[in-house]
Ligand binder design. Structure first.
Ligand code: BG6
Length: 506
């Protein structure tokens, strides 16, 4: 059911930045087109850049056209939509600036007859989170007697366990936990949400969904993009923080969690936290044998020659930050004991693809050896993007005079459910926060537990610097070492594999 949110103002801090232009405003326009925004609704962009509301609207329009986010310049609705957007210049580093800011917001709110509901979106560099949150509190804008206050925090949510905890302590002293929305945009993807429906709307999987029938699980996200203009941030983060700590561990939790008591946010978040609590701690031996990090060298992606990571803008030329991370982990609970879970992700690889592959165990005795992919004929391949699909693979007899087995696949493509495009992740997440639904947002305990799990690996990689860091040519399918050292059964990769790339140490 499409519940329309309360009337409200969305206040975006960091509004002159890329995220606002490329993701937030286009997503809000889509919601507007789908008539999912409240009738009384304003977007107030806040940033230091000196410009007025008209100029801000024009820059949003230019960016939407330039990024070709589906909108024609003559779309009459676009002009209507932009009428609800305002801009306030504010140096958010100065606490005295907030008095005027909130005065102006109040004026806009009264003029538009909007209830006292403010949703703050922090699209600023993370270093600004504490200042903005504390300044909101200093102006008594963290609570309202007549309405509500909510705050959305972009990732990275801290860069290690201690920082995440400190940020949490600060935010939780200002806003109630239920009003803090820690965004992980992967959870806004239709196909990621579908993992919950696939598992909990069907009874056929549950009997198989455990260590008795599942041999191992692969969770991967490869990208063709490099670090673009985000060198400064990325060089201090790396693939483990940027993709594994947030997106891929969350996907793992959706795959591994127990059925919740109800389909309510807290019940689901309880189960997610339980998964993280059951992660087997990474020992030094696990780190040495079951993890791998790499960095891209110059190469060719989509026919274009691209620079090495170390030559990217705002990246340290001596950087040892990983742009590729692979690890094998275990969830020590009754359902998953001893089932390896392989996670890998990397930038500047041959294709953009996010996928979960459930590898089922082989039959107890093998009558037809070597005919299927790897050890077993059965995999459930859930492609989260780009060609969103679910494929169940199994072996069948190849017509002929021998018992030759062909591996076939029963395929479902999302495109058969919907004629238009799938709604974008930010559309769903913004709408949920506007409606007060936190199901697809991370809870503080889960975040801290995921940081806690990765802490030994982060420390070890930081300590080791160049040592153990492999270099892969941009555009390769997957570094050879992952197949040699980490994955037990890389047949799905090899099947369509252009090349496994040869790597070297820098
Ligand atoms: C972001 C990361 O969270 O996710 C980026 O910071 C990454 O580095 C991006 O490119 C991938 O998201 P998507 O939706 O394009 O797969």
């Amino acid at each position: 059911m499409n519940k329309i949110p309360d009337s409200q103002i969305l206040v975006i801090f960091g509004a002159s930045g890329d995220l606002t232009h490329r993701k937030l405003i286009p997503a809000l326009f889509e919601l507007f087109e789908r008539k999912l925004l409240p009738a009384k609704f304003l977007i107030v962009g806040v940033a230091r850049t000196r410009q007025n509301t008209e100029e801000f609207r024009q820059s949003l329009l230019d960016s939407m056209i330039q990024n070709r986010t589906t909108y024609a310049i003559d779309n009459p609705h676009l002009t209507d939509f932009l009428r609800s957007v305002y801009y306030i210049v504010c140096d958010t580093t100065r606490s005295e600036a907030y008095e005027a800011l909130f005065r102006e917001i109040e004026q806009l709110r009264n003029a538009a007859g909007i209830d006292d509901n403010l949703l703050f979106y922090l699209a600023t560099p993370p270093i600004m989170y504490p200042t903005i949150a504390s300044s909101i509190e200093a102006r008594h804008q963290n609570r309202s007697a007549e309405g509500w206050r909510r705050i959305i925090i972009e990732k990275p949510y801290g860069s290690n366990e201690a920082e995440a905890r400190a940020l949490d302590r600060l935010l939780c002293a200002i806003f109630p936990e239920r009003e803090i929305y820690r965004i992980d945009h992967f959870l806004g993807k239709e196909t990621v949400q579908n993992l919950l429906v696939l598992r909990f709307a069907n009874s056929i999987w549950e009997p198989l969904w455990n260590r008795n029938y599942i041999d191992h699980i692969e969770i991967t996200a490869t990208e063709t993009l490099g670090v673009e203009q985000r060198g400064l941030y990325y060089d201090s983060a790396g693939a483990l923080r940027d993709m594994v700590q947030s997106h891929l561990l969350q996907i793992m939790a959706f795959i591994a969690m127990e059925p919740p008591a109800t389909f309510e946010p807290e019940a689901i978040r309880d189960e997610i936290a339980k998964v993280f609590r059951s992660l087997r701690p990474l020992s030094p031996d696990d780190i040495a044998r079951h993890t791998l990090r790499g960095q891209y060298a110059t190469g060719t992606v989509d026919g274009q020659k691209v620079p090495a990571y170390r030559d990217e803008p705002r990246v340290d030329p001596q950087s040892t930050t990983e742009t590729f991370a692979a690890l094998k982990l275990y969830i020590d609970n009754w359902r998953w004991a001893d089932v390896p879970i392989y996670i890998y992700t990397g930038k500047r690889l041959a294709e953009k693809r996010s996928e979960v592959v459930i590898h089922f165990r082989n039959t107890p005795r093998t009558f037809f050896p070597g005919q299927c992919c790897g050890n077993s004929c059965n995999q459930l391949v859930i492609t989260l993007q780009p060609d969103e699909s679910i494929r169940l693979r199994f072996g069948l007899k190849q017509p002929g005079t021998n018992f030759e087995v062909s591996q076939v696949s029963m395929d479902f493509f999302y495109s058969s459910l919907i004629e238009t495009r799938l709604p974008g992740a930010y559309e769903r997440l913004l709408l949920d926060a506007m409606r007060g639904d936190s199901l697809l947002y991370s809870r503080s305990d889960a975040l801290e537990l995921s940081w806690h799990f990765l802490a030994p690996l982060l420390e070890s990689w930081e300590r080791d610097g160049d040592e153990g860091l492999i270099t892969y040519p941009a555009g390769c399918k997957i570094p050879r070492e992952v197949v040699d050292r980490i994955l037990p059964d890389p047949c799905l990769l090899e099947e369509n594999a252009c090349t496994l790339c040869n790597t070297r140490r820098p």
